[in-house]
Design a protein around this ligand. Sequence first.
Ligand SMILES: Cc1cc2nc3c(=O)[nH]c(=O)nc-3n(C[C@H](O)[C@H](O)[C@H](O)COP(=O)(O)OP(=O)(O)OC[C@H]3O[C@@H](n4cnc5c(N)ncnc54)[C@H](O)[C@@H]3O)c2cc1C
Length: 486
Amino acid sequence: MNIKKAEKIVKDLGRLVGPEKVIIDKDILKEDLVNYIGYVKNEVYKKLYLDPMPICVVKPDNEAEVSKVLSYLNENRINCVPKTGRSGCTAGGVPGDDVTVIVDGSGMNKIIKFDDENMQVTVQCGTPIEYLENFCNKKGYTTGHFPQSLPLAHIGGLIATRSIGQFSTLYGGIEDLVVGLKVVMPDGRKIRIKNVPRRAAGPDIRQLFIGSEGALAFITEATLKIFKFDVKNRWMNAYAVKDMDTGLKILQEIMTNGYKPAVARLHDDVEAKGDPHNKAVGYSRFVRPGESILLFIVDGPEDITSVTGKAIDKFAKKAGARDVGKKPLELWLIHRNDSNKTLLDNEELRNDCVRDTIEVAANWTEIGQIYKNVCKRIADENFPGLVRFSGHSSHSYINGTNIYFMFAFKAEKDPKETRDKYFRFIGMIFEEVLSLGGTIAHHHGIGKHRVPWIKDEHGSAYILLKMIKDVMDPNKIMNKGTLFVE
Ligand SMILES: Cc1cc2nc3c(=O)[nH]c(=O)nc-3n(C[C@H](O)[C@H](O)[C@H](O)COP(=O)(O)OP(=O)(O)OC[C@H]3O[C@@H](n4cnc5c(N)ncnc54)[C@H](O)[C@@H]3O)c2cc1C
């Protein structure tokens, strides 16, 4: 990138929003070269991301400033990468082009209106979800949105990635929680989608932005549902099952018979033996070698939780599951988000490993086979340097469930080789999933890492995505290389 051109961009942006909001400090810019911000300190991850440095990070304070910045970037055809919490997992937040400006909405972090008459709260995009959840809890409410990245993620990113929380089987994903939105289009136009409980006035335009990954517009504000929160009626229990097939069958019975636990998780034997993300939970104390573990939590009014709990117990025992009590859940509730801290001080990272996760989903008919085919493929390929591979289901629906694969492999000395190895590895998973009609992204989005598979993911419907991009971002300035094939 021509230095003079970069200096002019920095100066122009400073004139628009104030020079103090335009950051050029190299150490801060380096943080934008990795996915999840924590990895910036890790040598392996520095090698995995080979993007050029952004020119600067701009930190607007309000919608008007976002509008000024975007219209400037649009007029000058400069790549714009929106950011908030920096916990994204699929490289949606890395530059992707050598002429890139990061637009960081994390300073826009106000709770604008708490409205318990209509059970909704309006917040700016940079509001941390943990802060909002604590704010709602103090008033006796919950957002119902508990991603494992609760201590990191912000509302803008959570909406842009189409995120999901650990209690989703009751509350739904973010798409079920967003009531209305404010966004700024690439040309600076400000758009408001009003707050109503439902409407039949054309397609649901909120969905254009939920999952748009910063590649269509900048989300500045959102109104989200809230729920009454009371855990005194909570029912929870865990069961050991002989294998994943048995566990999946139990989940299917529960969901297709209309029960709605808040949490329904099934960890395979590898994770039950010792999930490195949740070492402190120690499921191995509760299961025998080779067994998988099922975990359930039911929340809500007493009459609902007791009936749902009884039904879960009946379905589990009918399928031969062994009751292992509440303790695994008590531990899970304490340690479920530990990985936000342990991610950085981890044996695998210290041993030069790349560790990541791939979350996929499919209908009940295919999901068990997908899990088996992926495990077989990974074993058959004898992938060099693989140190860990496992899977769990954590979000179930009436028609199917997800599988969240976790893996770690030894990095190569040459960064390019490590990167190629990473794409070879995730490619094996995606091939197996797509061949049985599943989706390659249940909740982390496509980002830049999964773009090579986006056409296969959507098939004949991809043209619609392309048309949306062409119309909403005709100059293609929004988050180059993310979600859409150029
Ligand atoms: C330890 C850990 C656990 C995780 N657990 C979960 C989980 O349980 N569930 C889950 O869904 N995800 C999870 N994630 C992934 C991540 O937290 C989510 O993708 C989250 O939604 C990202 O939010 P963020 O604010 O950090 O976004 P960022 O990382 O800042 O950005 C992510 C993407 O959103 C876009 N974006 C950000 N802000 C805006 C905006 N204002 N307007 C338009 N586009 C924007 C960016 O361009 C980028 O493409 C986890 C990540 C980590 C590191």
